[in-house]
Design a protein around this ligand. Structure first.
Ligand code: SAJ
Length: 413
């Protein structure tokens, strides 16, 4: 094995599983995070995020000593950067976490090191990373100037794993690797081959950046199409779920599912990176964002219209997370809808969320209750399905016949 010591910068939803999988291959892995409490939790063999089976593998690699976490970077052969890339208010990509990571590792860089950017990034971010590193360590040569003969190699290899399936997909997915030179790509392939069973395909950094953004934008556009269809179907009194099922019987049609909007920190964010870099050209990609962002408001108006029929409406909202069978509330359209309803004083709001123990403060303060499925249904006049958790698929639906049901996920159709 060529690589003996790898450092992973950012121990979140991508960095921690990557660090743990690398460590499980016998590589010494140093995970770096600015969050002291996350570092302590990991060093105790525990995890601070929810992902199936991650706790088992982290415990095991911490016990064998192959993974340790720290807040202070130290020297290594490879640095993998897996930090957030959110956007600012005007949808401009915020690269400040990448810049901070570059500044943090620069003092410990050594000749021959490979730096890989895993964070989903706008086109040009890998070149910027190399530029920040060069600024901090001008005595080294970098691939933007010295190509294959650079002292430090830099590549982009975007993460592509699906939350909930991270450990499987880290190993089985193909990887797109874009080096700033051929040597950068070759070295990165060597690194990923230590744990990836899928293919490692090389290209340049800018193409790799846009490839990742394209994947998430493709999904966003497809979901926007489904969401638009759902609103067209409401107008024409057609069941959108049946419609999509029928259309998808065509061998070359695969429409995704409508929902209450698109959440999470990937699909709802990454298309804006394309729009920001090519605003004149990215008309369809922007429009898809607008359609998906408008869907929660459409659902809210469906609910308020239904609530108008009752003197004191009780509304049961099923699901709060951004998608099914996870505990992640970040950028959740379901959470947004429930919050809005509460502030609009539409009625009594009861939420049901089998994947969390306590409601977030914002909902508690707004007077939203939390209950078990059966009790919430019993009390409610209106039942809104916001997330298709497996518990809701499995529940007894007989009590629903007397209620007004707004099913944004099509689980009761
Ligand atoms: N959604 C729908 N209808 C669908 C599918 C999803 O409304 O048919 C909604 C979900 O409910 C959720 C949102 O879209 O609110 C996003 O969920 P998701 O499962 O589509 O995607 P993420 O954000 O969990 O993960 C995506 C994945 N990208 C693709 O499948 C192309 C994952 O592989 C990426 O690694 C991840 O983004 C990322 O980190 O970029």
């Amino acid at each position: 094995m060529t690589f003996k010591k790898v450092s992973v910068i950012g121990l979140g939803y991508i960095g921690l599983p990557t660090a743990a999988v690398l460590a499980s291959r016998g590589i010494e892995v140093v995970g770096v995070d600015v969050n002291q409490s996350a570092v302590e939790i990991i060093n105790a063999g525990d995890i601070h995020i929810v992902e199936p089976d991650l706790d088992i593998i982290v415990r095991s690699v911490v016990n064998t000593g192959n993974l340790k976490a720290t807040t202070k970077p130290e020297s290594a052969e490879v640095f993998m950067i897996a930090v957030p890339t959110p956007f600012k208010n005007n949808h401009e990509p915020d690269l400040s976490y990448i810049e901070a990571a570059a500044k943090a590792i620069a003092p410990v860089l050594e000749k021959g090191n490979l730096v890989v950017l895993e964070s989903t990034s706008p086109v040009g971010a890998t070149e910027k990373l190399a530029y920040w590193l060069k600024q901090a360590r001008p005595e080294f040569s970098f691939p933007q100037d010295s190509g294959d003969h650079a002292d430090i190699n830099v590549a982009h290899c975007p993460e592509r794993v699906l939350p909930g399936y991270v450990l499987q997909e880290l190993v089985s997915n193909d990887r797109v690797i874009g080096g700033l030179s051929k040597t950068c790509s070759d070295k990165a392939v060597e690194l990923y081959k230590t744990f990836v069973r899928g293919e490692c395909i090389t290209t340049n950094a800018r193409t790799a950046e846009l490839a990742k953004l394209t994947e998430n934008s493709f999904r966003d556009v497809n979901i926007a199409f489904a969401n638009e269809l759902s609103m067209i179907c409401d107008k024409l009194k057609i069941n959108v779920w049946e419609l999509i099922k029928l259309a998808n019987r065509h061998p070359r049609v695969n429409v995704l599912n409508p929902g209450p909007g698109v959440g999470g920190h990937c699909i709802a964010v990454d298309p804006w990176f394309i729009v920001h870099s090519a605003p004149e050209q990215a008309k369809l990609i922007r429009q898809a964002r607008i359609v998906n962002d408008s869907k929660p408001h459409y659902v809210i108006s469906q609910i308020t219209e239904a609530a108008d029929q009752f003197k004191k409406p009780v509304i049961a909202c099923l699901g709060l997370t951004f998608k099914a069978d996870i505990d992640d509330l970040r950028e959740s359209p379901a959470l947004y809808i429930v919050k809005e309803l509460a502030t609009m004083n539409v009625g009594d709001i009861i939420s049901v969320e089998p994947n969390i123990d306590m409601l977030p403060d914002s909902l508690q303060e707004a007077g939203v209750g939390i209950d078990k499925f059966e009790t919430a249904i019993e009390k409610a006049n209106i039942v809104v399905i916001l997330v298709d958790h497996k518990e809701f698929h499995e529940c007894d639906k007989t009590n629903l016949s007397m209620k007004v049901v707004i099913d944004t996920r099509g689980i009761f159709v």
